[in-house]
Ligand binder design. Structure first.
Ligand SMILES: *[C@@H]1O[C@H](CO)[C@@H](O)[C@H](O)[C@H]1NC(C)=O
Ligand SMILES: *[C@@H]1O[C@H](CO)[C@@H](O)[C@H](O)[C@H]1NC(C)=O
Ligand SMILES: *[C@@H]1O[C@H](CO)[C@@H](O)[C@H](O)[C@H]1NC(C)=O
Ligand SMILES: *[C@@H]1O[C@H](CO)[C@@H](O)[C@H](O)[C@H]1NC(C)=O
Ligand SMILES: *[C@@H]1O[C@H](CO)[C@@H](O)[C@H](O)[C@H]1NC(C)=O
Length: 371
């Protein structure tokens, strides 16, 4: 940690002294959970972090469906008795499926449209998570991990997150690997929220990838598009310009490490519900996106290269980069708005990431380990 002035350093030292020495970092994981999406919370638990709870948000599917996946994937490992799940907001701050589809007609189709893909009940009956239509419907066929037997702990995720940062000032990392609507709501409901958190880490925020969107397959374009920010451009801007003590962006670097079949074969040498779900459903098409974002903050040594700059989010509906980030160096940054200086991860320790994912899956922590 580096402080620009002795006064600030003293202020920070007295603030940090309020944090109990040796206590584990606490984390709230806000994500669009899915059948094989549980590795981020297993990684945090494996690192000895205290997972205060999960929030299900709208990004790949609607918040109700993703919250129930979060609950189901905790139940699979007997973790639901010690980790609560709160449902996030159904809709982004402004965006709707209709507005998003109209935007696509003007600016081109996203290869992955997440919750805003057209509704298709045939696909839902065959196991797809719900998209568009009524956000309050649940598609049970998508619960390949088993339908949850318990219930969600609460429905007002933003209010719960605010309570947690007040309960543990300076200790709670906010991990947001789906849409940023709930983080934005918390920021707007409570001016203290961001500064009372320990930091924010997000999956998303790709930069300078347009050439990769046009010079390869649709899958390559998919890996370089940014649904997490684009599903809620205004929410992303509110979250990423809030005064968190530390903001870490894992965009381009999230594409660094790809799972292979040989890797899954190795993981599945130890058989348990998590290795089985990962082996059967994670696949080898997409990189360890959300896992890399969690890994990047678990230990500073996990990041091999990074840079920092002032970050804005494009919120002009008329723009083809609506919802994408824009970086500035200090000398050239805007003066009419206050942007935050963020850590932008360029490279992580891939060998260590693969080893930690394997360890987290093969020997997952249980509630007994957590008390
Ligand atoms: C809920 O209980 C049923 C019946 O025991 C089981 O089949 C299902 O897998 C359980 N759900 C989860 C997520 O564990
Ligand atoms: C969860 O608990 C059940 C019943 O006690 C046990 O059979 C199962 O192995 C446990 N699962 C994990 C992942 O620990
Ligand atoms: C819905 O999905 C099915 C199966 O993929 C496809 O055949 C059908 O054309 C889709 N319907 C619409 C309206 O897109
Ligand atoms: C911010 O977080 C990153 C990632 O955990 C860490 O490397 C960095 O040292 C932190 N910066 C400050 C000022 O705390
Ligand atoms: C870090 O990344 C930058 C940008 O790609 C590159 O120029 C630089 O050489 C890298 N540094 C290290 C130590 O890998």
């Amino acid at each position: 940690m580096k402080f620009p002035s002795p006064t600030l350093a003293a202020a920070a030292a007295s603030f940090l002294s309020l944090v109990p020495v040796g206590s584990a970092t606490k984390v709230i994981l806000d994500n669009d959970w899915s059948t094989a999406g549980f590795i981020p919370f297993l990684l945090a638990l494996n690192a000895g972090w205290d997972v205060l709870g999960l929030v299900g948000d709208t990004s790949n599917s609607w918040a109700l469906q993703t919250s129930l996946h979060g609950l189901a994937t905790l139940e699979v490992g007997n973790l639901s008795s010690c980790i609560p799940v709160y449902k996030g907001a159904d809709y982004p701050l402004l965006n709707t499926p209709e507005l998003f589809q109209a935007w696509e007609e003007v600016h081109g189709v996203l290869p992955w449209q997440g919750a805003f893909a057209p509704e298709n009940l045939t696909e839902e009956a065959a196991g797809a998570d719900p998209t568009s239509g009524d956000p309050n419907r649940v598609a049970q066929a998508a619960f390949l991990e088993g339908y949850p037997n318990g219930t969600l702990t609460g429905e007002y995720a933003a209010a719960w997150m605010i309570e947690q940062v007040h309960k543990y000032p300076g200790e709670v990392m906010i991990y947001a690997a789906g849409g940023m609507t709930n983080v934005a709501l918390a920021v707007r409901m409570d001016p203290e929220f961001a500064k009372l958190a320990k930091g924010l880490v997000i999956m998303g925020g790709y930069i300078d990838v347009n050439l990769l969107q046009v010079t390869g397959s649709v899958n390559q374009a998919d890996m370089n598009s940014d649904i997490n920010l684009m599903i809620d451009p205004e929410g992303s801007k509110i979250a990423l310009t809030a005064d968190f003590p530390n903001i870490t962006i894992v965009g381009n670097a999230a594409n660094q490490v790809m799972p292979t079949q040989a890797y899954w074969d190795e993981v599945y040498q130890v058989k348990n519900p998590y290795t089985s779900l990962a082996y059967n459903y994670y696949g080898t098409t997409f990189a360890f996106w959300d896992e890399t974002a969690m890994f990047a903050v678990l230990d500073p040594a996990n990041v091999l290269n990074s840079t920092s700059f002032y970050l804005d989010v494009d919120t002009a509906w008329s723009s083809p980069t609506y919802g994408n980030i824009h970086g500035y160096q200090e000398a050239l940054m805007p003066t009419a708005q206050k942007l935050q200086k963020v850590n932008y991860v360029l490279e992580v320790d891939s060998t260590k990431l693969l080893a930690e994912i394997k360890q987290s899956l093969q020997y997952p922590k249980t509630c007994a380990d957590l008390c």
